[in-house]
Each structure stands twice: as C-alpha cells, then as structure tokens.
Design a protein around this ligand. Structure first.
Ligand SMILES: C[S@@+](CC[C@H](N)C(=O)[O-])C[C@H]1O[C@@H](n2cnc3c(N)ncnc32)[C@H](O)[C@@H]1O
Length: 472
C-alpha cells in the first residue's frame, strides 16, 4: 500500500470479487475493508485508488489493470463508462444473469430468512440491446466533455441532447448512439439536436434556468407506432412550430407528436398539460392479440418483449382454471388483469393513478373484455374490509407494487383475507423479501423465477408464488 500526499490510498493487485449493488463491483482491501469500484468486472485484478473513505468501506477507481476477467466483453457503446447507464456492458450476458440471480437469492435468503424452493432458471432477455420502449433525454447548453475531448485540444460546440452525467445535475453527455431504444430513436434525437442548433434555438441551462428546449421523450411500440414529446422551457411559438414541423416532415412515421411548455423548477411531465401537435395522443402496444393504448403519462413496462414473458410466468404461477376471482393489485393500466382475464371468472384491478385506471377501462373496452373491473385509490386505503365485502373474496391475488414494496397495511389485509395463492411480481427483491417474511406465518414460497427485463444493468425483476399453508 502506498500513500499519496492527497491522503488518497492506492491498493495494489486487488482482485475484484463480486458484482455489488447499483452496478458497482466489490473488492476487499488487504485489511479486509470493502472497496466499491465502478467499471470493473469480477475476476479483474487491478490497482485501486480510493477517493472516498467511510467507516465500513472505501470507494475507489481502477487505475491499472494487471489481469482481465475471463467474463469481460468489449462494450458495444461508444459512451460506455462516461454515461451512467448500462454499467454492465463490459460483462458477458450469462455472467450478468448469474449476478442478477444471486442478488435475488441473497435478498430472499438474508432479508426474508424464509424457507425457499429451488429457483427456476432466471429468464434472460432475447434482445440484449435496443429493448427499451421509452427513453428520455435532456437538452443542455453545458455539454459534458470527455477526457479525450479535452485532451484533443479541439473546440466542441456546447449544445448536448442526452443523459445526465452521474451526480452532475447540470451537465449532459451528448449521445450520438444509444443502444437501448430501437431506431428511429437515435435518428430522431440527433436530427432534433442538429436542427435546433443550426437554427440557433437555445438549449436549457440548469444553473440559470433559461433556454428554449428542455427534454425529449420518445416511446416506441412493437406495432411500429412512435410517440415523440418535446418539453419546452420557454413559450416561443415561432421556434416551437419550426422545430415540430421539421420533426413531423422528416419523420412522417411518427404516430403521436406532442409538446409541453414547462417553466417550473422541475421537468417532470406528470403535472403538465400535454398538447397534441400532430397525430393522436397515444400509441398502441399489442400483446397476445390484446391492444393497450399508451399515452405520454402512462406506466407501461419498458421492455415490451420481456413484459410478455413476465406476464406469462405470472399467469402460469397463478394456475387459473376459469373459476377464480382474481385481484390485480397495483394494476397500472390493467395489463396483467386483462392478460389473465380469459382464464379467470373475474378480475378486479386497483391502482393509485386515475389516468392509468381510465386507460385500463378504455383498453378493456377496446379488447372486448367484460370480466375486468378497475378502481382508483391508494392501495392501503382502498383495499379494506368494505372493498372485499363489495367485490368478493379473492381466490388469487397478483401483486406488482413499486420499488418500495407493499405498504404493511396491504400485507396485513392480504394475510387477513388469506387467498389460496398470491403471485408477487417485484422489481426490488429486497422489499419483496421483507414482505415475504411478513407473510411467512401463513404462506409458503413454492416457486421463484427471476426475469431479466434490463440487460446491461444490475436491475432484475422477480416472480414469486406463495401458497397458503394447510392449517393443522
Ligand atoms: C410496477 S408498476 C406495475 C404496473 C402493472 N402491473 C404493469 O405491469 O404495468 C406499479 C404500479 O403501482 C402504482 N402504485 C404506486 N403506489 C401505489 C399505491 N400506494 N396505491 C396504488 N397503486 C400504487 C403505480 O402507479 C404503478 O402503476
């Protein structure tokens, strides 16, 4: 170990041991402290320079590679390592799946502390790139320059349309090609950036809160339909129409062209009035003959192909025969509810966002589904004795909560009404494990199958089947 004047520590010849949380790998210092290191792969042997020390761990970066892991692959993306996304692009896909599976297993074991069956094999995504149906990019007049660009001595233009640099709220990395959303996503983004720059339109400055152009959101669907939404900070009709007309003429395949004028401090779209410029205000997604309309604010699983696989697994776990009353908690736009409806007597969906429930009802009508009902409300308030009395005692509950998991009152209510089966779909196996532990008194976990919806990232979805224990 050498010490530098800066008091930063360099550890030499450190073997990277594990792929840890948030896509950052884990190693151990000679005295046993954990070191978190980004952009390395388990199996690499590196010299690490630390830049942060906490009581229990260091954060550091690899400054020299002695050995490269056999699990390394060449990242396909030119922005890898600078852009905050796709942190696992340097690790082969089977190894990514191995670590995702391990994360779910460790969470269920260590947090859940419950008996577990053998896991069914994690389901990988056939598409490992270009799998996302929704992307959001930020405009900035403070483009992030990479070390190579600075070293080149060339001058670069300042406008950027791309992603925030991690932990840099005011800097945006200009993206030339992103491997997450299929074309024409890259073409549309680059054309907008170039046209706007050529016409002298101003890009947002996050420090001064100024500039015409703020964000760009694009949605694509397996039906080929495309939604483009541009968020403007300033209300400049002439430039707005110049840009929107350009986009529509250049990309006539766009199904829905919309915009927002948002001069608030934050750029979230959810409380904004979205204005339709051309086409219709939604796009259609298709799954097993069902059509789902998706508007600018709708939640829809971001990997459509894997959402289909996830739903098939959930439906299989539910083991429906056609006679069951099913509750679909956290139903979003009612996709799971409608997906299982043919195999159930009736499905009741509950969701907090009124627009999502309006979509769910509209979609059910579009799909000629008559045995699904949808209700709005916060689950912890709506899902009570009265609700069960009115809508009936469920035989099966499918629950797909947000990352925080289920509110404890919701878990309690499930325990009280104790349906035969609960299918628990989760994007965060740590909170899922906590909830499973709360249900352990009455339920056995009988099936577990992780599903990868997000290749090149550490995120993983998990489906669990809970079956009621037979009372002695
Ligand atoms: C992971 S999404 C699942 C959506 C849906 N099952 C699907 O596959 O598209 C979680 C959903 O829970 C909703 N939600 C979040 N908190 C909620 C709450 N407290 N009560 C009811 N719904 C909530 C969100 O709006 C979101 O639609």
């Amino acid at each position: 170990m050498r010490r530098k004047e800066t008091k930063k520590v360099i550890f030499e010849n450190i073997k990277v041991l594990d792929a840890g949380a948030k896509g950052v790998s884990v190693a151990k210092a000679p005295e046993g402290q954990v070191i978190f290191i980004p952009n390395v792969v388990p199996g690499d042997v590196v010299d690490v320079q630390t830049f942060k020390k906490r009581k229990a761990y260091y954060e550091g970066k690899a400054i020299k590679f002695h050995e490269l892991s056999e699990h390394r692959v060449e990242p396909v993306c030119q922005h890898f390592g600078v852009c905050g996304g796709c942190k696992w692009q340097n690790m082969n896909y089977s190894q990514q799946l191995f670590y995702k599976n391990q994360e779910v297993y460790n969470n269920l074991k260590r947090i859940g502390k419950i008996p577990l069956p053998d896991f069914e094999p994690i389901l990988g995504s056939e598409k490992q790139f270009f799998y996302r149906n929704k992307m959001e990019f930020g405009f900035s007049d403070s483009r992030w320059l990479t070390n190579e660009e600075i070293a080149s001595g060339e001058s670069f233009q300042k406008n950027a349309l791309g992603f925030h640099i991690p932990k840099m709220w005011d800097k945006i990395l200009d993206i030339e090609k992103c491997h997450l959303q299929e074309d024409p996503s890259n073409e549309i983004r680059n054309a907008i950036r170039d046209f706007a720059t050529e016409k002298g339109m101003t890009f947002f400055n996050a420090r001064n809160h100024a500039g015409l152009l703020r964000t760009l959101m694009m949605r694509t669907a397996s039906t080929g339909e495309i939604m483009v939404l541009i968020q403007f900070f300033e209300d400049d009709k002439a430039n707005r129409e110049l840009l929107l007309d350009f986009v529509y003429e250049k990309f006539p395949q766009i199904t829905s062209l919309q915009y927002v004028i948002n001069s608030k401090a934050n750029d979230t779209l959810y409380d904004q009035n979205i204005i339709l410029y051309k086409g219709r205000d939604y796009i259609l997604e298709e799954m097993e003959g069902l059509h789902f309309s998706i508007n600018a604010k709708s939640f829809y699983q971001t990997n459509s192909d894997q959402a289909y696989e996830l739903y098939k697994i959930s439906r299989e776990f539910a083991g429906l025969t056609g006679n069951e009353l099913v509750y679909d908690l956290y139903t979003g736009t009612g996709t799971i509810a409608q997906f299982v409806s043919k195999q159930a007597k009736k499905v009741i969906g509950v969701e907090a966002v009124p627009e999502a429930i309006a979509d769910a009802k509209e979609n059910a009508k579009r799909n000629n589904i008559t045995n699904c009902e949808f209700y709005v409300g916060d689950m912890k308030n709506v899902f009570n004795e009265e609700f069960i009395k009115t809508h009936g005692h469920p035989d099966v509950i499918i629950t797909d909560p947000p990352r925080d998991g289920m509110h404890k009152d919701v878990v309690e209510q499930i325990m009280k009404i104790a349906p035969e089966k609960v299918v628990y779909v989760s994007c965060n196996s740590a909170t899922q494990a906590r909830d499973l532990a709360l249900m352990d008194e009455k339920y056995s976990v009988t099936r577990v199958r992780p599903v990868d919806m997000f290749p090149q990232t550490h995120h993983v979805e998990n489906v669990v089947l809970l079956e009621k224990r037979i009372a002695n």
